[in-house]
Design a binder for this molecule. Structure first.
Ligand SMILES: O=P(O)(O)O[C@H]1O[C@H](CO)[C@@H](O)[C@H]1O
Ligand SMILES: O=c1cc[nH]c(=O)[nH]1
Length: 248
């Protein structure tokens, strides 16, 4: 048994399926959709619980903000035997038809961050596992959950003097939304043989005030909270679907 230095989890858990919020507070809201929940660890930004979804053992672990902490989480999860991981994040939309609480299923993401670059050159794509993302899309379609499928952009900064200009550029290239962790998850996950997907809940509409929206999100605005419930539900259903197919 090896206890991971950051997550403080070991392979004794023997759990293959994980959902990964950025925010540790989201772990408690994931718990509301699981049964037989057990707290596991809380070290730095990494808060973890285990629970059952329709009888399937699932791990929920927060990854913190940005690529570096996400990269560490992906590495340690892979070392303790996790094989499938879905990020349930939040994002700012980059298209005007995407509204608060809409989900973005990230089909590929622009690697505009530093962590994935430390692993492999930028010509390597940041893409999800096809089957896992497809399972997420099928759940959203079946349950009429508002969602969009397309490209994301993962970045490392929030408050530079060029944010509007950068957003306008990527919006003009058809990118749907921006987060900070999907590129590290997809790139490092794939290099380590993990099946990954990323679902992002829209907490800022395009051309809205970023700080106002983030604040209203933390205050529990209903559309974004509904989006969060939907992304957790979608990820859990998708993991369950894929686990059933793996068992056959
Ligand atoms: O809500 P999470 O999952 O943390 O995701 C988004 O929110 C944080 C920024 O506010 C960044 O981590 C970004 O990717
Ligand atoms: O605009 C936003 C909102 C959340 N997360 C981001 O990365 N950008």
């Amino acid at each position: 048994m090896e206890n991971m230095p950051h997550l403080k989890l070991s392979d004794e858990l023997n759990i293959k399926y994980a959902i990964l919020p950025g925010d540790p507070a989201r772990v408690d809201r994931i718990a509301e959709q699981l049964e037989e929940v057990q707290p596991l660890a809380y070290n730095r930004e990494y808060k973890s619980i285990r629970g059952l979804y329709k009888g399937l053992p699932v791990l929920a672990v927060s990854t913190g903000i940005g690529g570096p902490s996400t990269g560490i989480a992906v590495e340690e999860l892979s070392r303790i035997g996790v094989t499938h991981a879905i990020r349930i994040g939040s994002c700012g939309a980059l298209q005007t038809n995407i509204h608060l609480g809409d989900l973005i299923m990230v089909q590929g993401t622009v690697r505009d961050e530093g962590t994935s670059k430390t692993y492999i050159e930028l010509i390597y794509p940041a893409v999800p596992d096809y089957e896992l993302l497809n399972a997420c899309v099928k759940v959203a379609e079946k349950e009429a959950i508002p969602h969009h499928v397309g490209l994301g952009r993962s970045h490392d900064s929030f408050y530079t003097d060029r944010e509007d200009e950068i957003d306008a550029y990527w919006a003009s290239k058809g990118v749907l939304g921006a987060d900070m962790e999907t590129a590290a998850l997809y790139t490092i996950g794939r290099l380590r043989g993990l099946h990954t997907a990323s679902i992002l809940n829209t907490v800022v509409e395009y051309k809205d005030n970023l700080e106002d929206n983030i604040n209203s999100y933390t205050d529990g605005a209903s559309k974004t909270m509904r989006g969060e419930w939907n992304e957790i539900h979608t990820a859990l259903e998708a993991l369950y679907m894929v686990s059933q197919a793996d068992d056959r």
